[in-house]
Write a protein that binds this ligand. Structure first.
Ligand code: ATR
Length: 278
């Protein structure tokens, strides 16, 4: 779409940012809704981050997404933050308004919205949730699951001390398990989520035995390259419902788009197909 002189502007701050699918994703929604606006990649080195962010409101950008490695640095620059951003100490969405910077973290809500869309009827109360990993993605997933009301959250990470530190900082019904103790971890679980990088293109596989996982459990991988990871293939093969990771990326983008461009966009097959083709 051709822009006017009044076009609304937003973008994604990252380093590197060339791999980001966000410009394609927001570009699809701008086109679909006929909005006079643009969403651009904003590659910014870590040492330039604070200066770059302070320039964006002067350029009248409405806001920006924030990706690796800037999410924590962004939190430090905000005048106000939503509850999730405060608890995670990380921001993925900036909104500039009346000289103020507001930060939000929509990763956890994106994770839950994707799970609910991909596995209709899944209920947090229906059993223990198993989370593999203890990095930034795990933190967002853990907070979302605790807020959703899971009765028990089982956390397993290669470096056990990191899982224990997360359990301590978030509180709630988190139990830490040894990496590889799959029988005990999966017994009676209602949900299994992989938040590690294992299974991603170019990374080692996630070697896990699913024998103890109940057939009614839902399995979600936040890895989406490839879309069908070995974990999801194995889980589907034994009859579990599976949800791929692309939807988390798509859903986490909705609140920012709405704040900057004034329309609450939908996540559907046409969007998925378009983003995947990029
Ligand atoms: P992100 O912010 O995307 O979550 P991260 O903070 O680098 O990324 O976290 C990567 C996760 O994948 C961690 O839980 C990491 O385990 P460690 O805490 O032990 O490093 C996990 N991970 C990466 N490579 C792994 C491997 N070969 N085996 C097991 N876990 C691995």
């Amino acid at each position: 779409m051709t822009l006017s002189g009044k076009a609304a502007l937003a973008g994604v701050l990252g380093w590197p940012v060339g791999h980001s699918r966000s410009p394609r994703l927001h570009g699809f929604w701008l086109e679909r809704h006929g909005i006079d606006g643009a969403y651009v990649p904003l590659p910014v080195r870590p040492e330039d981050f604070a200066q770059a962010v302070s320039a964006l409101p002067l350029l009248h950008l409405r806001g920006a997404n924030v990706t690796v490695p800037h999410k924590e640095a962004a939190a430090a620059l905000c005048d106000s933050m939503d509850d999730h951003a405060k608890r995670l100490g990380a921001v993925n969405t900036l909104v500039f308004s009346e000289g103020q910077i507001h930060g939000a973290n929509t990763d956890g809500a994106g994770f839950l919205d994707n799970l609910r869309q991909g596995a209709p009827g899944w209920r947090a109360e229906s059993g223990a949730a198993v989370v593999l990993g203890s990095g930034g993605a795990a933190r967002a997933v853990i907070v979302a699951l605790l807020d959703a009301g899971v009765p028990e959250l089982r956390l397993a990470n290669r470096t056990r001390a990191k899982a224990e530190a997360l359990a301590e900082s978030f509180g709630g019904p988190i139990r830490v398990f040894d990496w590889g103790d799959w029988t005990r971890v999966l017994d009676g679980a209602g949900l299994l989520v992989n938040t590690t990088s294992l299974g991603m293109q170019g990374q080692p596989p996630l070697e896990i035995a699913l024998d103890a996982l109940p057939g009614a459990a839902v399995v979600n991988d936040i890895v989406y390259q490839p879309l069908e990871t070995e974990l999801l293939r194995m889980a589907a093969g034994r009859g579990n419902r599976v949800v791929d990771g692309l939807g988390m990326l798509l859903h986490q983008a909705r609140p920012g788009f709405e704040a900057w461009f004034g329309v609450r966009p939908e996540v559907d097959e046409a969007l998925r197909d378009f983003v995947l083709q990029g």
